[in-house]
Design a protein around this ligand. Structure first.
Ligand code: NAP
Ligand code: MG
Length: 498
């Protein structure tokens, strides 16, 4: 009989979890040198989950030294690609074998619904690891044309020590988007998870070791932003790959410049425009998709469709369907498999979102939501919220809120829609809904974003498509074979043969 994975099952799993709160440095779980800890709380109800090692500069030095040693010794960087592939595939299999445990840990720490962590975060993480493992023994260099007496190659070499600093909205998945390509390429990695969600990263480090990742090759240094800062300033870190806010991204870029000019890759915020033209092939589909685009993961998604641009003649039917569709995103207990959304990460983020809701009631018309709910005491839960903007220049229509707040903006012409879509500092994603090829072609070319969806939203965010932003949404791309170029140097080798 297959096990019934109902709410009772997940609550029981949550209660019996063995939580690891120590950092993972040089192949071992260790306390911070200072022995200091910080508290990791559950976003579900604010309860204490575990004390976690509060690492500092000394711990960062140890992790960097271990990563450097392992890199120079060639215990990973010097393996044949197919050998690294075998270890990474084994690690992926271990993640799969532990996926219930990891999913419940992720839901507890972050407040994400268990349906998402089991159905998306864990499978996505495992798929990412497998994808880069499978890619790495199929990478070929180039043999450019030369004069006949020469022979030359262009090859990719790993960088060395890669630091990955990641946020709390998809703790494991965002980490995997960095460490999978970096490790596959032969680098040694130091992962710094958010202090709001450090637990899943710490847990998978032990599984990496079990899979055969050598000591020093994958380290997890827990702590607050100071750990990320130390990594960004460190003279022996070759690259820092960051996902998070623009404010911190800027600081990392400055610190990299002030230290050793380490490579800096930034995946930052967004305020993505979802444009519905009057000739949209299916208004009902567009409305349901628009609701999912902003309310999934409580709107805590960098590529969330947080601005819905609607051509005037279809505002009425679209809004009617949208308001109905948004009912599906009322938050519930995150460990109930029937819950589609869960908790906001913490009180600070909740306050930030509430501030924007207050602002919205002055700047725009509140169509729905805006109230705090409490499906679980002690957590921060919010109704799906929809505003109709009076003016596309309103702050709530241009600043990233990172919560379940949608702003609807009415426009008249495609030209106007594209201008509004492109008016923010961001350029992560956009969508256009239309039946007209010319409209679609114009929009996809003119929207200044790293991803454009046509007649869909948030589809196929998978390993085959690069993900990242134009403008202040960052640089470089996660996912796809292009991501390897972030973690490798190109080498031109030129031989005189005659
Ligand atoms: P954040 O405050 O920028 O934090 C991101 C990471 O940086 C955390 O691990 C944080 O540690 C660390 N950090 C804090 N201060 C630092 C410093 N001075 N130097 C180096 N690292 C430092 O962002 P967040 O609030 O976690 O995440 C939300 C933001 O991420 C949103 O803007 C969202 O759009 C963006 N995001 C972008 C993508 C994308 O792919 N483009 C994906 C997801 C999220 P602590 O948490 O311990 O302070
Ligand atoms: Mg937490």
């Amino acid at each position: 009989m297959p096990e019934l994975k109902d709410r009772a099952y997940w609550l029981e799993k949550a209660q019996t979890l063995q939580i690891e709160g120590r950092a993972f440095i040089d192949g071992r779980y260790v306390d911070a040198q200072s022995t200091e800890t910080f508290s990791s709380y559950s976003a579900i109800d604010g309860s204490l989950l575990a004390p976690v090692a509060l690492c500092g500069g000394g711990d960062v030095d140890l992790a960097v030294a271990a990563a450097r040693r392992s890199f120079e010794a060639g215990v990973w960087s010097g393996l044949a690609a197919r050998e690294r592939k075998a270890v990474l595939l084994k690690w992926a299999a271990l993640l799969e074998a532990h996926s219930d445990e990891l999913a419940v840990l992720e839901s507890l720490d972050s407040g994400k619904p268990i349906a998402d962590t089991t159905g998306s975060d864990l499978p996505g993480t495992i798929y990412c690891l497998r994808w880069f493992a499978e890619l790495i023994d199929k990478v070929h260099g180039e043999v450019p044309a030369t004069d006949p007496q020469f022979f030359g190659t262009v090859t990719q070499q790993p960088l060395g020590v890669v630091a990955a600093v990641v946020p709390w909205n998809y703790p494991l998945l965002m980490a995997a988007w960095k460490f999978a390509p970096a490790l596959a390429a032969g680098n040694s990695v130091i992962l710094k998870p958010s202090e709001k969600t450090p637990l899943s990263a710490l847990r998978i480090a032990g599984l990496a070791m079990e899979a055969g990742v050598p000591a020093g090759v994958f380290n997890v240094v827990s702590g607050d932003g100071a750990v990320g800062r130390e990594l960004s300033l460190h003279g022996d870190v070759d690259c820092i790959a960051f996902t998070g806010s623009g404010k911190v991204g800027r600081e990392i870029a400055k610190n990299a410049a002030a230290s050793n000019l380490k490579r800096v890759w930034l995946e930052l915020g967004g305020k993505s425009a979802n444009i519905v033209m009057a000739d949209c092939p299916d208004i009902s589909h567009a409305a349901r998709s628009a609701a999912a685009a902003i309310f999934a993961n409580m709107g805590q998604v960098c590529s969330a469709g947080s601005r819905l641009l609607v051509q005037r003649s279809v505002v009425e039917p679209l809004l009617r369907e949208l308001l109905a569709a948004s009912d599906d995103y009322q938050p519930g207990h995150p460990l109930d498999p029937a819950s589609v959304t869960g908790a906001i990460i913490d009180a600070a983020q909740f306050e930030r979102v509430r501030h924007y809701i207050d602002l919205g009631t002055q700047e725009a018309q509140l169509l729905k939501g805006g109230r705090q709910l409490s499906p679980v005491e002690g957590g921060a839960y919010l109704e799906p919220t929809i505003f109709l903007a009076k003016d596309a220049a309103a702050r709530i229509a241009n600043e990233e809120i990172f919560g379940p707040v949608l702003v609807v903006i009415v426009f008249d012409t495609l030209e106007e829609a594209i201008a509004i879509a492109n008016q923010t500092e961001f350029g992560l994603a956009a969508a256009v809904w239309s039946s007209d090829l010319k409209t679609i072609h114009t929009a996809t070319r003119q929207l200044k974003t790293g991803t454009v969806w046509v007649n869909c939203y948030d589809e196929l965010v998978d390993m085959n498509f690069p993900f990242g932003g134009f403008k202040e949404s960052g640089n470089g791309r996660d996912n796809s074979a292009h991501a390897l170029s972030k973690y490798t140097e190109l080498k031109s080798t030129i031989m005189r043969c005659a």
